[in-house]
Design a protein around this ligand. Structure first.
Ligand code: F6P
Length: 353
């Protein structure tokens, strides 16, 4: 006589969009908690692309995920694939979830990945989301994982640049990631001692920036560090684009604002200017202890949400707790830097209002 236990249920997991330090901690949190609840976990590769065609996946086990929370990147790989932009894309996703017997799916990603997850949920797929972005701009959550690591990386770079800027009496502009929200620039700028912080939420005035540089010179400080978000805009202009080409979610590639502003400041002040683009360095490397813990907790709770049937929801940090929050609500609110937070910071970097 063969004894068979109850048939195990299966959860699919994928990571989509730009990577963020802490993704592996979330994967580990999901896998460990889901297995303890009696599920098998299937990891789909390269975001939504792993659910297209024949599907690309493997079973995640405790051995594979044991130490991954300390590693950056994502063991599942990622992409910016949008199944809703492909002929038959959604049908392929549904077909593969059925073929591989996934009772539910956990999508870890930013507004794009979660936007797809929400549409699939409306189409009848059981989906739970985990918000991810180093930009920290997802509504309904206090902090997204990856942000803390990126702040530390950018802050260290900004801090380091003081020595070369001071030695050469130069203005040094540091371009920080952040398309629509300046959280990363604000936090890294304060922590790294930037003298001017420019974010997408507050249009900048080059004349005001030059005043700060001159005021510093009058005080005997012959160098200035400017932290600027890639999405920062001049008071009478637009965002600086690297290319007009759009990805499958309709995003253009930003970049070049530090270089542009550096030339303008050089012309107006006669001071030597240099710029540094921190770029993907900010998303790279090992996650901070904070992100390892946050990612682990988010993963743990996402698995529990599947078990409780809380679909169409995301796991979100609110205060000390991880809560289950409506996915649509979270997607509807881009969390930008409030005016009062910028005003607070301005006292330290001295742009006059
Ligand atoms: O969405 C996070 C982010 O890091 C943005 O700050 C940045 O504009 C973008 O990703 C860069 O994406 P990619 O990896 O496609 O160059």
């Amino acid at each position: 006589m063969s004894i068979t236990g109850p048939k195990k249920k299966q959860i699919g997991v994928l990571t989509g969009g730009g990577d963020a330090p802490g993704l592996n901690a979330v994967i580990r949190g999901i896998t460990t908690r889901a297995i303890s609840l009696g599920y098998d976990v299937l990891g789909f590769k390269k975001g939504w692309a792993g659910l297209l065609g024949e599907g690309e996946h493997h079973v995640l086990d405790l051995d594979e995920v044991e130490d991954i929370h300390m590693m950056g990147g994502t063991i599942l790989h990622t992409s910016r694939t949008n199944p809703y932009k492909l002929d038959d894309g959604v049908e392929q996703v549904k077909k593969n979830l059925k073929k591989y017997k996934c009772d539910a799916l956990i999508a870890i990603g930013g507004e794009d990945t979660l936007g797809v997850a929400w549409k699939l949920h409306k189409d009848g797929i059981k989906v739970v989301g985990v918000p991810k972005t180093i930009d920290n701009d997802v509504g309904a959550t206090d902090y997204t994982f990856g942000f803390d690591t990126a702040v530390n990386t950018a802050a260290e770079a900004i801090h380091k640049l003081h020595t070369t800027a001071a030695s050469h009496n130069r203005v040094l502009l540091v371009e920080v990631m952040g398309r629509h929200a300046g959280w990363l620039t604000l936090h890294a700028g304060i922590a790294g001692g930037a003298h001017v912080i420019l974010i997408p939420e507050e249009k900048y005035d080059v004349a005001e920036i030059c005043k700060v540089i001159r005021r510093r010179e009058e005080a005997g400080k012959y160098y200035t560090i400017i932290a600027i978000s890639e999405g920062a805009l001049p008071k009478d202009g637009d965002m600086t684009l690297q290319t007009q080409e759009k990805d499958s979610f309709g995003h253009v590639r930003l970049g070049g604002v530090a270089e542009k502003l550096s030339k303008e400041i050089e012309e107006l002040t006669g001071k030597e200017c240099r710029h540094v683009v921190l770029g993907h360095l900010q998303r790279s490397g090992h996650p901070s202890a904070f992100d390892r813990v946050l990612g682990t907790r988010l993963g743990y709770h996402a698995a529990e949400m599947v078990d409780k049937g809380e679909f169409g929801q995301i796991a979100a940090l609110r205060g000390e707790d991880i809560l289950s929050v409506d996915m649509k609500k979270a997607l509807g609110e881009l969390k930008i830097v409030p005016k009062k937070r910028y005003e607070e910071a301005k006292v330290f970097f001295g742009i006059e209002s």
